[in-house]
Design a binder for this molecule. Sequence first.
Ligand code: LLP
Length: 418
Amino acid sequence: MHHFQFRNGELYAEEVPVRKIARRVGTPFYLYSAATLKRHFQVFDQAFASIPHLVCYSVKANSNLAVLRLLAKEGAGADIVSGGELYRALKAGIPPQKIVFSGVGKTAREMREALRAGILMFNVESLGEMKLLSRVAKRLGTKAPIAIRVNPDVDPKTHPYISTGLKKNKFGLDVETALEAYRLAQEDPHLEIVGVDCHIGSQLTQISPFVEALRRIKDFIRRLEKENIRVRYLDLGGGLGIVYGDEAPPPPKEYASALIKELGDLEITLVLEPGRVLVGNAGILVTKVLYYKETPTKKFLIVDAGMNDLLRPAFYQAYHEIVPVIQKERPEEVVDVVGPICETGDFLAQERRLPLPKPGELLAVMSAGAYGFVMSSNYNSRPRPPEVLVHGDEFYVVRKRENYARLIAGERIPDFLR
Ligand code: LLP
């Protein structure tokens, strides 16, 4: 459930007409609903209320400080994958003891920063990383809390670019190598084993791959126990899917019940790293129609948001529903909704049946709260759009639109060209 609804033929975000915000901030812009974010977090968190658990929001999905602060106030921890995300999470007030650090390419500097901050655990993805982490901890005179990311070799049945728990993916360690890594860590005075980690992919619409992964991790924990290696945390990653079009992902309650059942009597704190399911449907991208153009074979609606603003359609052929902000009677047409970028792949929708809007009208690209702004770029020297947060009948620009000066900030013409 989200708070972007039509009232008398006009799209509202909570109590605010989207058209009003567009008038104030211009287009394109990202728009988030505080009520939706809060609700999504609470529903997810409460689904696990019967067991010890920690919800570490996956910052990569939407890392705006205001979004992070809102979730922090609800009790969220953070799943981070870089020093930059650590910086954001701490700035937003997420307690370090609720932060887990994932990712295959952590640098020594990032490790130092996270150790100094006192995070909950590093989800270690290779033997090389584990060695470096131990050295960095030693130099700081401390012990690094670790979980090892196990690749359970489970097919998440999602888009190949966002499946991560298959043997052929770059993530984690296979079970046997992971076991070896735990033995090494056990002997290392600068590492403290605290957990086991896994994450099998994103936008999963079935429960069974999660349950299968959990079953394999449970077996793995039993093997560790036989070697007197104990863990307190089982981090199952994120990945629960959302509705973009006609998917039917399980609601958080069902997902949680299946996991809780599979956990059985295992005494452990379950860590979850949801991203998309918390923020995806809490955000939209609002864009303006610039032109309508017909070629001998196709019809194009050219809008002022492009693949640099929302990459998902171009990158994954992802489906995002597109609706006119003001509903009117008009003929339907099958069109490609395309942006201003000089790439054939620059589209928000292909072959989409839409009530044909006129130039100047506003369109809402739905379900754009996750992996939207965070994957935007300045390609074609386009300033990135602002992010706006609605709260009841108020709205706040939580990231301002970039300007031209910002585009070239940091660039220098060297002396020999003067
Ligand atoms: N934990 C780890 C270790 C991850 O790699 C990810 C996502 C998550 C948690 C959160 O997954 P979620 O709950 O959001 O599915 N850009 C792609 C998605 C990439 C996901 C990367 N990892 C997209 O736009 O669909």
